[in-house]
Design a protein around this ligand. Structure first.
Ligand code: G6P
Ligand code: MG
Length: 245
């Protein structure tokens, strides 16, 4: 790619819900139960707006959809109710709930010296990772308890880059939510949308999932319509570079 900006990737940051595990459907079911209780009609399309954003902001959107307004105290009770239902789903998760190809790809990255972390708005991130046996698989975890502002604010990705000690321009983010892609771009990172290309238009590139994904395959994708090229590893690490590319 002539004239494309080269980004040397030294860290990969993974969103959790909908990227590593399919918890997005549990969040939806828990919100749907609450919506039914409140008499609010809530669809999967509406749910797309809640992906990647915090629990309280999600409730605000749900109430807005239903044209309802409740006190702060009631809101706190409602998010607790939703969370209890969500945690019940999470407690039934096992190692089999890790999405196809994630483990192999994370291991491939680590075997090439690439740092890996999780950056999730969820306050349940550690619980989910423990439940599916991935709590020790990453170099760092940034979650909703460690930051003040939810995606699309870049704070969680900046937190992750600081934890990993890798500059933002050398980080690549995997995300399934448009709010997450926006947050990563605002942090100055390259983004890979995981899922449907049409609903993740703001991503630099998209993949359907991690099954069969390898570093060379990822490098061969065209980023931001050919304006960014990626390589993995450090510039002076010729042996590693030759092996990876
Ligand atoms: C993730 C999900 C959101 C969820 C948020 C907070 O980003 O995509 O749908 O609302 O985390 O999760 P929590 O587990 O803290 O309620
Ligand atoms: Mg997500």
């Amino acid at each position: 790619m002539k004239g494309a900006e080269l980004r040397r990737i030294q860290a990969c940051i993974f969103d959790l819900d909908g990227v590593i595990v399919d918890t997005a459907r549990f969040h939806y079911q828990a919100w749907k139960e609450l919506a039914d209780d409140l008499g609010i009609s809530f669809s999967e399309k509406d749910n797309e707006r809640l992906k990647g954003i915090s629990r309280m902001e999600s409730l605000e959107i749900l109430l807005q959809i239903g044209g309802m307004s409740v006190s702060r105290v009631e809101m706190a009770e409602l998010v607790d109710q939703k969370n209890r239902s969500y945690v019940n789903f999470v407690k039934k998760m096992t190692e089999n709930d890790v999405l196809p190809g994630v483990r192999d790809f994370v291991q491939e990255l680590q075997s090439h010296g690439i740092r890996v972390s999780v950056a999730s708005a969820s306050k349940n991130a550690q619980l989910v990772l423990r439940q599916v046996g991935l709590i020790n698989a990453f170099d760092a975890v940034s979650d909703g308890r460690m930051v003040k502002r939810a995606k699309p604010d870049p704070e969680i990705f900046l937190h992750s880059s600081a934890q990993l000690k890798i500059p933002v321009s050398n980080c690549l983010v995997f995300e399934d939510a448009t709010a997450g892609i926006e947050a990563a771009h605002r942090a100055g990172m390259v983004t890979v949308g995981v899922g449907n290309r049409k609903s993740l238009k703001n991503a630099d590139t998209t993949i359907p999932g991690f099954a069969g994904l390898t570093i060379p395959k990822l490098c061969s994708k065209v980023y931001r319509n050919g304006t960014i090229e990626i390589e993995f590893g450090k510039e002076d690490d010729n042996a590693k570079k030759a092996k990876i590319l």
